[in-house]
Design a protein around this ligand. Sequence first.
Ligand SMILES: CC(C)(COP(=O)(O)OP(=O)(O)OC[C@H]1O[C@@H](n2cnc3c(N)ncnc32)[C@H](O)[C@@H]1OP(=O)(O)O)[C@@H](O)C(=O)NCCC(=O)NCCS
Length: 191
Amino acid sequence: MSIVYYQGERIHFRPIEPNDEPKLRQWINDPRIWSTLSHRPPTNVCREREWIDNLGKDDKHYNFGIVVSEDDRLIGSCGLHLGKPHARRAGFGIMIGDVDAQNQGYGSEAVQLAVRFGFEEINLNRIELSVLGGNDRAMRCYEKAGFVREGCRRQQTYRHGKFIDVYVYGILRDEWEVAQRDRAQLEPASC
Ligand SMILES: CC(C)(COP(=O)(O)OP(=O)(O)OC[C@H]1O[C@@H](n2cnc3c(N)ncnc32)[C@H](O)[C@@H]1OP(=O)(O)O)[C@@H](O)C(=O)NCCC(=O)NCCS
């Protein structure tokens, strides 16, 4: 039976399992994926297994498999990475690794679901992330979820033969709660 850790509308989150390793390794070594993320060397089977083995060993990392609920298909992963406890802050990262599943709204839903989880379930106050200049699709997803562009680290990294900017985004719990209330008021009342 499949596990549903946190249910969204069309997708849900579940734990990442050892038998997900081949898919994850294929995705993370795909230039269409790794070139959008922070630098990492090629990932072999040992490294990927080690990463999976270490999941859940501390309570600082909430890593989720992103699954299309309709057909129980794993299409990517995302994670909230907690900072110092007093700050109630986490970094966020995501990949819809199955490129055939991109551009269908799943990434946007996963970002919004992770933000909901962060504020409603683990009592975060702030979620933050960084995105490489040129990744307009990711920025659109984050902005739709309520993330605000807070700054630009100029020429922070190097891709495709040139230095590129990296943008910093954040969302605060207060902002998110206001957006939820506004959305609820716009929805037609059910009888
Ligand atoms: C970025 C990512 C999470 C987005 O998820 P997705 O499921 O592909 O995207 P969605 O279908 O949910 O939404 C894409 C949105 O961006 C828009 N978009 C798509 N391509 C775009 C582009 N080139 N420029 C601007 N907007 C674009 C879409 O129109 C859509 O917005 P809309 O709902 O207002 O129409 C996913 O593509 C991915 O994992 N990519 C590779 C890894 C990556 O970039 N991770 C993020 C690193 S910061």
